[in-house]
Design a protein around this ligand. Structure first.
Ligand code: ZN
Ligand code: ZN
Length: 367
């Protein structure tokens, strides 16, 4: 039969939690296997001390123990003991600090990134694409446990399943992932042959991605839960798909979701006005060019642009009118321009500019 826990720690039944802790530290240090190599008696003492402290250090368990309940110290909090050292109290501090429970929490899988190439039409109207993603997925042979089917992982004897190794050096303690189990808290004695014990296998997964209308180059689309599988059965990460859109020679995607087209007009069209034919997403339309249009004037066709997010309305196409000034003139054109110059003779468009400049303090030298 196990000895009385109070007796093991050498404290009275009414001892405070502090006194229990102090007694435990002294005894654990005294019987630590590192200090008593090969001494089986010391190791037994050490285990006893650990077991007693595991129960008495937790008020709930202590109450139950005092009341003489079924709890023995092994059933509830008891873990297999090894050369773990001062794990009980310091391990708990570590656990709280990192928000980890007694068992190592399964970690979330990594997020993955991939790209999808779209032509301009696909980007504007939206489409469905398939992406192939190489990734680690839960091994189907062992269902992610890493253990050969028919066997199951054992609790790591070194860290007792905590995944943390705490070494005491005098007053200092160093906590680190358990070197025996790598922090998983589990040991796999017969690894799964398919995944070699990792619980994960490399696979190429294909996913259909719904590309919403109006995406631009560099838009990121998140596929929740389609990232890497989590180690030890943890939740998967997400998959981010970045769109790469080949630019259109005609339509420029603006940040506000509209499109812009540069439309050349002749000097005569700018002066006289009229209607000109312009490209739209599904053909062409005519827009009005007012008489006296200036270079860079914008006309818009509302609702001819790409669908807006949600798809219930469409953006606009902005047509930027640029006056096409020819650098070479035919004999006939030269004659026409001479006539034009003659007709405008006498009106100097810089008159006001120069008047303003000479009125301003400073220097404008007139020749
Ligand atoms: Zn371990
Ligand atoms: Zn496996």
């Amino acid at each position: 039969m196990a000895r009385d826990f109070y007796e093991v720690l050498g404290v009275p039944k009414k001892a405070s939690q502090d006194e229990i802790k102090k007694a435990y530290r002294t005894l654990a240090r005294q019987y630590h296997p590192d200090r008593n190599p090969g001494d089986e008696e010391a190791e037994e003492h050490f285990k006893e001390v650990q077991q007693a402290y595991d129960t008495l250090s937790e008020p709930e368990k202590r109450k139950e123990y005092d009341a003489g309940g079924m709890f023995s110290g092994i059933g509830g909090g008891g873990r297999p003991f090894g050369g773990g050292g001062f794990t009980s109290d310091l391990g708990d501090i570590f656990s709280t600090f990192f928000n980890r429970g007694r068992e190592p929490q399964p970690a979330r899988g990594r997020d993955l990134e991939t790209e999808v190439r779209l032509n301009f039409d696909q980007a504007v109207n939206g489409t469905q694409m398939t992406v192939s993603v190489p990734k680690y997925e839960r091994c189907t042979t062992c269902d992610g446990s890493g253990a050969k089917p028919g066997t199951s992982p054992k609790v790591c004897p070194r860290c007792g399943g905590r995944g943390i190794d705490t070494e005491s050096q005098g007053f200092f303690s160093i906590s680190q992932p358990c070197p025996q189990c790598g922090g998983s808290g589990q040991l796999i004695e017969e690894p799964c042959e398919t995944c070699g014990g990792s619980g994960l296998t490399r696979q190429i997964k294909r996913y259909k991605v719904n590309i919403p209308a109006g995406v631009k180059d560099g838009t990121r689309i998140r596929l929740s839960g389609k990232g890497e599988a989590g180690p030890r059965g943890g939740p998967p990460g997400d998959l981010y798909v970045t769109t790469r859109v080949s630019p259109s020679p005609v339509f420029k995607q603006l940040d506000d979701g509209n499109l812009e087209v540069t439309v050349p007009i002749t000097v005569a069209e700018a002066l006289q006005g009229g209607t000109v034919e312009v490209p739209t997403l599904n053909g062409s339309k005519r827009i009005r060019v007012p008489a006296g249009t200036k270079h860079g004037t914008v006309q818009r066709l509302r609702g001819e642009g790409p669908p807006r997010p949600g798809g219930r309305s469409r953006g606009d196409i902005r047509y930027r009118l640029e006056i096409d000034v020819p650098s070479d003139l035919s004999r006939e054109q030269r004659k026409a321009v001479d006539d034009l110059a003659e007709a405008f003779n006498g009106s100097n468009p810089r008159e006001r500019l120069l008047r303003q400049a000479s009125a301003a303090p400073g220097k404008v030298s007139e020749e």
